[in-house]
Every structure is written in structure tokens, then in C-alpha cells.
Design a protein around this ligand. Structure first.
Ligand code: ADP
Ligand code: ZN
Length: 210
């Protein structure tokens, strides 16, 4: 199955993507994760990406595609994947279609801006396995480690109020129109993202028919 997942920053895309991929046994490809890995490695490209991402801006279509392309090969193309955070512009849609053709479904997680800001400012991420936590709902204390792998939990640089505002505006302007595009193809599955992780996941799997 070839899937896409859309949602404003903080909608729960990454969390749901991981769960869906575990269930369907398909590859989870997050362009944001690919970029953060590059930043961690400290490459020249990583330094550029860090500056762009910290502001909350989108990385160029060409650079993003270069990173993505390496993942979309052989077995992954045959057995299926879920793209998390790609495409985000119409140009990216075109680039993607050239290598994968049509996708099966595009999941859209809907959520209002107020909830987003609340979630993102308290989000923490494991630097080792990428697991996502919420400092409030998970009751984290300073210095807590990842419950699955004991990695260090950190706050993303783009989870500041200023960057969140820019990310929301950019999503609205550049990525929202893509929902219409996939809607017109009859591929959109819209889900209310306000529930708990488990609730939202259940609805998604049901709508996917699994
Ligand atoms: P979120 O959806 O919460 O913003 P991601 O981890 O998906 O988080 O993305 C983080 C950042 O990585 C984006 O704000 C952007 O700078 C960059 N990025 C990720 N995917 C893309 C993409 N497809 N095109 C351009 N920039 C991207
Ligand atoms: Zn971890």
C-alpha cells in the first residue's frame, strides 16, 4: 500500500505514521526525520537545513527530493510505504508522481490551531528512536529518558512559539491546497485528530479497512 499522511504541524502525523506502518508492515518515511538525521551528522547540508528548519520554513523542493529519492527504491516501492511530511508543495507532488505513480490513499488529520500550539510547546522527542512524548500528558520530569530505548528526550528547535506560527502559516498556504488535489482524486481519508493517540489510530485503521 502506498500512503501519504497530511496534517498541520502537531496534528499527530508522525505518531500515527509510526503506528500505521507497524500495523501494515510498510516503510515509514519522514522527510523531517531524514533532515534531522542530516543535521545531527553535522554535514554541510545539515547546517543549511538546520537554519531553515529552525525558522519554520520549508526546505527547497530539490533538496527535499534528493533526500527522499534515496529511500524510495526497490523493496520499498514494491511493498509499500507511508510518506510523512511529503509532498508539501504542488511541485513535490509532481516529483513524487514521477517515481511512484499514483498513491492509494492520503490520510488527513484535522486539528485546530489552539490545540496545535498547546501540543507542540510541550512536545519532547527521543534523540535515539524518535518516539514522541508530551511533557504534560506523559507526566515527564526533567532528565527523564525514553521509555522504550532509554534515549535522551529533547525539544525540537522549531517547537518555539515563533517557529510554530510560521510553520502553521506555511502549511496553510503551501500544503493545504494539496488536500483538494487528492480529494478530487477520491483519495483523501479525513480524521479528527482531537482524540487520544489510540482513538485516532483506531479510526484511521478502520477507514483504511484494516
Ligand atoms: P512538522 O510537520 O511538525 O512541521 P516535520 O518533522 O514533518 O514536522 O518537518 C519539520 C521541518 O522539516 C519542516 O518545517 C520543514 O522545514 C522541513 N521539511 C520536512 N519535510 C519537508 C518537505 N517535504 N518540504 C520542505 N521542507 C520539509
Ligand atoms: Zn527512544
Amino acid at each position: 500500500m502506498k500512503l501519504l499522511i497530511f496534517g498541520a504541524p502537531g496534528a499527530g502525523k508522525g505518531t500515527q505514521a509510526k503506528l500505521i506502518c507497524e500495523k501494515l508492515n510498510i516503510e515509514h518515511i519522514s522527510t523531517g526525520d531524514l533532515m534531522r538525521a542530516e543535521v545531527r551528522e553535522g554535514t554541510e547540508l545539515g547546517k543549511e537545513l538546520d537554519a531553515i528548519m529552525s525558522r519554520g520554513d520549508y526546505v527547497s523542493d530539490d533538496t527535499t527530493f534528493e533526500l527522499l529519492k534515496k529511500k524510495l527504491t526497490g523493496k520499498v516501492l514494491e511493498e509499500g510505504f507511508l510518506l510523512d511530511g511529503y509532498p508539501r508543495t504542488m511541485e513535490q507532488v509532481k516529483m513524487l508522481e514521477k517515481i511512484v505513480g499514483e498513491v492509494d490513499k492520503a490520510i488527513e488529520i484535522q486539528i485546530d490551531n489552539e490545540a496545535i500550539i498547546k501540543r507542540l510547546s510541550t512536545r519532547r522527542v527521543c534523540d535515539s528512536c524518535g518516539k514522541i512524548y508530551n511533557a504534560v500528558t506523559d507526566g515527564l520530569e526533567k532528565g527523564d529518558q525514553c521509555k522504550t530505548c532509554e534515549g535522551k528526550l529533547y525539544q525540537r528547535k522549531d517547537d518555539t512559539e515563533e517557529a510554530i506560527k510560521i510553520r502553521l502559516e506555511t502549511y496553510e498556504k503551501s500544503t493545504k491546497p494539496l488536500i483538494n488535489y487528492y480529494e478530487n482524486k477520491g483519495q483523501i481519508l479525513s480524521v479528527d485528530g482531537a482524540g487520544t493517540v489510540e482513538e485516532v489510530n483506531k479510526i484511521i485503521l478502520k477507514k483504511l479497512g484494516v
